[in-house]
Ligand binder design. Structure first.
Ligand SMILES: [Zn+2]
Length: 338
C-alpha cells in the first residue's frame, strides 16, 4: 500500500497518560518496516477553506486560537497543545490525499491509507470531542465531491466507537452514505440502529450497534448482510474506510473480539464492494490503543493489498449478533435504494 504520513502528526502530544499518543504512529511505522511493498507519501496539509467544507468557521477560529495560546484540555478527553493545529491540518491533508488517489484509480498495491493523527470521526461541524479535532474523513469526502468527478461517497467506519461526527455532518445528505459497526453503549453513546438519516439523507445512515463481545463472525455478517448490500444499492464513486483498530480483542478500551485476521477479511470485503461498484477505495486511520494490535491491524490491511488471502472465520454468528442484524434489517424496512 501507499501510506500518507507526515512527521507533523507526531507533534500533537496530549500527554504521557493519554491513550491517543504519538507512539501509535511510531508503532505502525515500526511494524510496516518489517513488511514488503510499503511506500510512504507526505501529502500537503489541508487548507483552511478545505477544512471549512466540513467545519464551521467560528469553530475553526476557536480551535486555532486555543492551540496558538498553548492549548490545554478542550474537554476531559480531548487535549491540545500548540502543535495540535498543524498536526490536525497534516492529518486532514493525508486523508484528502487518500481520497484523491482513490478517485484517480490507485488500487491494488497502490491503495492509499492515510495514517495521520489526531483522528477525526468524533469531531462535529462545530466542536472537537473524543480525541478528535478535524473530521478527517468528512474533509476528505467533501474534497472529493468538490474537486473531482465524484458524486457519491460511502464511508464505512469499523472503529469500535460510533463516528458521531461523521454521521452528524452528513445526516441529511443524500450524496454521502455513512455506515458504522460499533460497540453499543460505548462512547459517545450515539449510533442507535434507528438512526438512519433524514431529509435528503433518509436511509443514507446505517448503524450496527453490537453488544460487547461481538467478533469476526458478527462483523463479517454485518458487512455481508447489511453494509455491502447498502453500498451496492447506493453505488458510490468513492469508498472511504474510517479504520480504527480498537475493536480488536486485545484493545484495552473496548470489549469487542475482532482478530487481526478478521480485519483482513473486512478489508477484503471492502475491496470487493469497491470493485463491484467501480468505486475508488481509500483508508483513513481512526482509533486503536494497543500498540501491538493497532500496528498488526494496519499491517494486515497492507498484506491484503499485497496479495495475502485472508481466511473467513468459521464460527457461527452469536444469538445476540443475529438479533442486532435482524433488528437493523427491520429498521431499514421501507428504505428503498437511493
Ligand atoms: Zn475508537
Amino acid at each position: 500500500m501507499r501510506f500518507g504520513y507526515d512527521d507533523a502528526c507526531l507533534d500533537h502530544d496530549p500527554g504521557p497518560r493519554h491513550p491517543e499518543s504519538p507512539d501509535r504512529l511510531r508503532a505502525i511505522r515500526q511494524e510496516l518496516s518489517k513488511r514488503h511493498g510499503v511506500e510512504y507519501v507526505t501529502a500537503r496539509d489541508a487548507e483552511r477553506e478545505e477544512v471549512e467544507r466540513a467545519h464551521e468557521s467560528g469553530y475553526v477560529d476557536r480551535l486555532v486560537e486555543f492551540c496558538e495560546s498553548g492549548g490545554g484540555s478542550w474537554d476531559p478527553d480531548t487535549t491540545a497543545v500548540e502543535a495540535t493545529w498543524p498536526a490536525a491540518l497534516a492529518s486532514a491533508g493525508q486523508a484528502m490525499w487518500a481520497a484523491r488517489r482513490a478517485v484517480a484509480g490507485d488500487s491494488g498495491r497502490e491503495t492509499p491509507f492515510a495514517i495521520g493523527r489526531p483522528p477525526g470521526h468524533h469531531a462535529v461541524a462545530d466542536n472537537a470531542m473524543g480525541f478528535c479535532f478535524l473530521n478527517n474523513v468528512a474533509v476528505a469526502a467533501e474534497h472529493a465531491l468538490a474537486t473531482t468527478e465524484t458524486e457519491r461517497v460511502a464511508i464505512l467506519d469499523w472503529d469500535v466507537h460510533h463516528g458521531n461526527g461523521t454521521q452528524d455532518i452528513f445526516y441529511d445528505r443524500g450524496d454521502v452514505f455513512y455506515a458504522s459497526v460499533h460497540e453499543d453503549g460505548l462512547y459517545p453513546g450515539t449510533g442507535e440502529l434507528e438512526e438512519t438519516g433524514e431529509g435528503d439523507g433518509a436511509g443514507a445512515t446505517l448503524n450496527v450497534p453490537f453488544a460487547a463481545g461481538a467478533g469476526d463472525a458478527e462483523y463479517v455478517a454485518a458487512f455481508d448482510e447489511l453494509v455491502i448490500p447498502a453500498f451496492e444499492a447506493f453505488d458510490p464513486d468513492l469508498i472511504i474506510v474510517s479504520a480504527g483498530f480498537d475493536a480488536h480483542r486485545h484493545d484495552p478500551i473496548s470489549r469487542m473480539h475482532v482478530s487481526t485476521d478478521g480485519y483482513g477479511v473486512l478489508t477484503d470485503r471492502m475491496r470487493n464492494v469497491a470493485d463491484a461498484t467501480n468505486a475508488g477505495l481509500g483508508f483513513v486511520l481512526e482509533g486503536g490503543y494497543s500498540l501491538d494490535t493497532l500496528s498488526e491491524g494496519v499491517g494486515m490491511v497492507h498484506e491484503v493489498f499485497d496479495g495475502m488471502t485472508p481466511v473467513t472465520p468459521e464460527e457461527d454468528v452469536s444469538e445476540d449478533g443475529r438479533e442486532v442484524i435482524d433488528a437493523v434489517l427491520d429498521a431499514r424496512q421501507g428504505i428503498g435504494s437511493k
